[in-house]
Design a protein around this ligand. Structure first.
Ligand code: FES
Length: 115
């Protein structure tokens, strides 16, 4: 399966730093909500919906190490891998994010007929 990238931030429109380091927010791309995190090392994206009880992870907090903390029951997910803490035994999907010269892009797997 191939990956198709969609622009989230346009540096001309949103500026060179559209999101602060160690911040997170929900963005909607192609009708899908994702939790977008900016760490010192770059941008990362995971599902916005918490698998525990459906809270929006984009309304939670993020540690400098890249653990997203759910705003409701404080489950934690690694923004790089999507894995929850070992005692949780769950995960969220993670998505590739690329910072290019003109902006920030997120990639979704697409089947050939969706291109
Ligand atoms: S809804 Fe996220 S931890 Fe419960």
């Amino acid at each position: 399966m191939a990956i198709k990238f969609f622009k989230i931030y346009d540096f001309e429109e949103h500026g060179e730093a559209p999101q602060e380091i160690n911040s997170l927010r929900t963005v909607e791309v192609e009708g899908k909500r994702v939790c977008l995190v900016r760490l010192a090392e770059g941008y990362f994206a995971i599902d916005d919906k918490c698998p525990h009880a459906g809270a929006r992870l984009g309304l939670g907090k993020c540690t400098p190490e890249g653990m997203v903390i759910c705003p409701i029951h404080r489950y934690q997910y690694n923004v790089k891998t999507g894995r929850g803490l070992p005692q949780q035994g769950d995960y969220v999907n993670s998505y590739p994010v690329e910072t290019r010269n003109d902006g920030v892009y997120i990639g979704f797997e697409k089947k050939w007929w969706q291109f």
